[in-house]
Design a protein around this ligand. Structure first.
Ligand code: P70
Length: 457
């Protein structure tokens, strides 16, 4: 059989609310044209993020009931710890309330003035946590990663020459660790090859620098390795995952992605002294080391989700569903980051709206129109999220790319939801010349995309 079907049946459903264009116009104006400010009841299909939005399985919900809420030594913690140790092989597993809490603890320890943290591409919270420690966050993606239309297998890779040059220029003492984000979320959800993980590790280790994975989407990355990298076609996904982690010295993880839960995360490390320091911070700001900011039932659901994500039928469906959307848009001429990523389609708003310059935020303009036209919520990943306007001079610095991300929650929407989304984008594409840019009328000091307010030009 060629047809790929959802590898689950549906036991519980949630209604979605239909609105009119007039209603959405009012909602968007009140929200200051920022889609983060919209009530989810006013959204028909929510593709804002794949983070924390998964549908849990019957077994995960059963785990919620099973969860042991003991303050110390919870049975659920020991299951969580055992499953993560089996998957990653790391020695110390430290639960946190989500990915950014693991980042804050890690960079609070190793970061600081004068330090540099290289990454294939830091995601926004990772960059913010590195910078909050007053270290410098350095993005070193391979050059092809910046060319949206280019089709290549592993556009998420680290630029090894650039990494070596950075190490030689700064010296290893100023680089407390190096990170690899799998898959590379800011760069189109593109995967990192096993060869690139191995060679990044070899380069780092030759200079005594530990390598950490930002592992949120490790299973999706592993499936791309299976599909695309020589020698992995017949290897079970569990082995591929184990090999990926074997090159690293630790990881941060937002369980809200590939652990199929609505909240949770962890920091995992091999270094005993680092683990001790992390637990010291954990107990002050997150919680006791056997729950770390989570309930026992969350730990149980994460452990179960991590076992489910390694199902190859699920991963095949997941990657094919995103590819289905990407291929359809490509056929209709809509410019997207090629090839389709693991968790999302990224529309190239610069190419979609060539008449709107980056300082008028083409990605934001397109995301707003997608909401107005179809009630679909997406997310700008461009100069709103990563660009900067100097508060003194007013000088504008654009992001590398102007993207609109359609991130697909796991196990939530069916193929007919997807067809509706594709029709909506197609119709906007046909009248794209009519779209206008935006200006920012208010912005906060950090992570401006979450709360900035806009006006159409
Ligand atoms: C997303 C969310 C979170 C994330 C990540 C990587 C590679 C760490 C984290 C932090 C964030 C987001 C963005 C836009 C809209 C809503 C949410 N990514 N590393 O959707 O993890 O959120 O658990 O603290 O992608 O990509 P956490």
């Amino acid at each position: 059989m060629k047809t790929i079907i959802e590898p689950f049946k549906i036991k519980t459903v949630e209604p979605i609310r239909f609105t009119t264009r007039e209603e959405r116009e009012r909602v968007l104006t009140e929200a200051g044209y920022n889609l983060f400010n919209i009530h989810s009841d006013d959204v028909l299909i929510d593709l804002l993020t794949d983070s924390g939005t998964a549908a849990m399985s019957a077994k995960q919900w059963a785990g919620i009931m099973e969860g042991d809420e003991a303050y110390a030594g919870s049975r659920s913690f020991y299951r969580f710890e055992r499953v993560i140790k089996e998957i990653t092989g790391f020695r110390h597993i430290i639960p946190t309330h989500q990915g950014r809490a693991a980042e804050r603890i890690l960079f609070g320890i190793v970061g600081g003035e004068g330090k540099s943290i290289p990454n294939n591409t830091h995601f926004d919270t990772t960059r913010a946590n590195v910078e909050m420690s007053r270290a410098e966050a350095v993005d070193l993606p391979v050059p092809e990663g910046h060319i949206p239309s280019l089709v290549a297998d592993f556009k998420g890779n680290m630029d090894l020459k650039a990494l070596e040059a950075l190490i030689l220029r700064l010296g290893p003492a100023r680089i407390p660790l190096c990170m690899l984000t799998v898959t590379n979320n800011s760069n189109g959800g593109q995967p990192v090859s096993m060869e690139n993980i191995r060679r990044t590790a070899e380069l780092c280790h030759a200079h005594g620098i530990p390598l950490f994975l930002d592992a949120c989407r490790f299973a999706e990355n592993a499936y791309f390795i299976k599909l695309r990298e020589a020698g992995y076609k017949d290897r079970p996904i569990k082995e591929i995952v184990a090999e990926m982690f074997s090159y690293a010295d630790g990881c941060t993880m937002s369980a809200k992605k590939d652990a199929l839960v609505n909240i949770g995360g962890f920091l995992a490390v091999n270094d005993d002294a680092l683990a001790q320091k992390a637990r010291n911070i954990l107990v002050v700001t997150e919680g006791f080391p056997t729950y770390g900011g989570l309930a026992g039932h969350d730990l149980e659901a994460i452990a179960q989700g991590l076992e489910e994500i390694l199902d190859e039928h699920y991963l095949k469906y997941r990657i094919r569903m995103v590819a289905y959307a990407g291929n359809h848009l490509t056929r209709t001429g809509v410019p997207i980051v090629q090839p389709p990523g693991g968790h999302a389609i990224y529309i190239d708003a610069k190419a979609f709206l060539p008449h709107i310059p980056p300082h008028q935020y083409p990605g934001q303009a397109l995301a707003c129109e997608i909401y107005l036209h179809g009630g679909i919520r997406t997310c700008e990943i461009g100069s709103v999220m990563f660009g900067k306007t100097d508060p003194g001079s007013g000088e504008f610095r654009a992001a590398n790319m102007e993207l609109v991300r359609l991130a697909f929650p796991r196990r939530v929407y069916t193929q007919s939801h997807m067809d509706y989304v594709l029709e909506c984008i197609r119709e906007i594409f046909e009248k794209r010349e009519a779209l206008r840019g935006m200006k920012i009328v208010w912005e906060p000091e950090v992570l401006r995309h979450f709360t900035a307010r806009f006006k159409p030009l």
